[in-house]
Design a protein around this ligand. Structure first.
Ligand code: UDP
Length: 377
């Protein structure tokens, strides 16, 4: 029996680790790219030594102790806490929206309890009975002025859809606060692996039972797989089934990189652009993700990367599932087909068409491993 795992991102690599280390079974792990780590892949820039995230910034955060304990067996998180600034109408504010942003935006000096009342009035003025899309959900949390300034333009750029056509769940990812906490995430455990994400994957996959084959497509190995083997597929589910019910929609990202001859370009790791007329959604400055690398922080060079969101076309990297009604219904058809395919397990953001963070993907893989053990071993 061999576990054929397609995709060396989080889901595939965690399962490869569990299957090889715990079940002592053989794994063939393939990836069509020339590296492991999927979209979490990081590398040290040759010129500056700064650790960069090739596929957009990934910040690890979780409140799940099982997930935290699992990753701690392989890596140590640094002390980075994610806070984000956002530009709106030529002013710079703290994101997510909290007391500092509200006071600055409305030119007020509210206390937390005054701010709660102030927002309640705004929300009542814009009262929406059952918010059932992103726009209604956002307005019913913060009122239309803050929505227009910080959410509407960014969301339109990010999704190229009217926020009324997007699910409310997307905006529930962001906290809204009435205090001065500027953390982007509420999670208990946060940070970036010391040395970046690639060493984490190298440690996960450090077992002779794992045969890693890079630059390899699923179609290249299909013929090797027998009825006794498992297929763990973490690519796009519609692609696996040759788009037999039609294509799922995805968003892709494009990146524009540059090295700037300055010590600190923007003063934080991520600067969002809330205005619709700015074509990119955010700028990453990677040295800020590693406050433990003091020599690089002081270096008079810095690497920045502008992120543009675009509609996915064949050949692009799929990043975000578009979880609207039409696509979710199509996904369910593929999911049913997958359930009726023996020895096939689909996982990860692409395989399950879910907008999942890294910790949720790790948990999904650990739970999947439990199910494999209970069912087959
Ligand atoms: N969002 C926004 N303005 C911001 C940041 C986020 O409107 O400055 C909205 C946008 O719709 C986005 C969603 O909140 O898709 C979730 O943001 P998050 O930062 O979780 O997105 P990710 O980091 O996964 O791209």
């Amino acid at each position: 029996m061999v576990f054929y795992i397609v995709g060396a991102g989080i889901f595939g690599s965690v399962l490869a680790e569990r299957v090889s280390n715990i079940l002592k079974q053989k794994v063939v792990l393939i990836d069509k790219r020339d590296h492991i780590g999927g979209n979490c892949y990081t590398f040290a820039d040759k010129e500056t030594g700064i650790n960069c995230h090739r596929y957009g910034a990934h910040i690890f955060h979780t409140s799940n102790k099982r997930v935290y304990d699992y990753i701690s067996g392989f890596i140590q998180l640094n002390q980075y806490r994610h806070f984000v600034m956002t530009k709106s109408n030529n002013n710079i504010y703290s994101m997510p929206i909290g007391l500092r942003t509200i006071n600055e935006f409305f030119n007020l000096n509210l206390t937390p309890s005054e701010c709660k009342k102030f927002l309640e009035k705004k929300i009542n003025d814009d009262y929406i009975e059952n918010p059932n899309n992103l726009e209604e959900q956002a307005i019913s949390l913060i009122g239309h002025e803050l929505y227009n300034a910080f959410i509407k333009g960014y969301t339109k750029k990010q999704w190229q859809r009217d926020p009324k056509e997007l699910p409310a769940s997307i905006i529930k990812r962001l906290p809204f606060r009435t205090n001065y906490c500027s953390d982007y995430f509420n999670d208990f455990y946060q940070g970036i692996p010391v040395g970046g994400y690639t060493p984490f994957f190298e440690k996960l996959l450090n077992n002779d039972l794992i045969n890693i084959r890079l630059n390899t497509e699923y179609n290249d190995i299909k013929k090797e797989i027998t009825d006794n083997d498992f297929i763990i597929y973490t690519g796009a589910i519609d692609e696996f089934f040759n788009y037999c019910y039609g294509k799922l929609e995805w968003r892709t990202l494009k990146f524009e990189w540059s090295v700037e001859n300055t010590q600190d370009f923007q003063g934080c790791a991520v600067m969002n652009e809330a205005d619709e007329y700015i074509p990119y959604t955010r700028t990453h400055e990677f040295k800020h993700f590693h406050p433990e690398c003091n020599d690089l922080i002081k270096l008079n060079k810095t690497i920045i990367c502008r992120e543009y969101s675009a509609e996915y076309k064949q050949g692009d990297v799929p990043y975000y599932p578009v979880n609207d009604k039409k696509n979710n219904e199509l996904y369910i058809k593929y999911q049913e087909k997958a359930l009726n395919t023996p020895n096939l397990i689909l996982g990860g953001r692409l395989g399950t068409y879910k907008y999942m963070d890294m910790d949720k993907t790790i948990l999904q893989a650990l739970v999947c491993f439990d199910e494999i053990c209970n069912k087959y071993f």
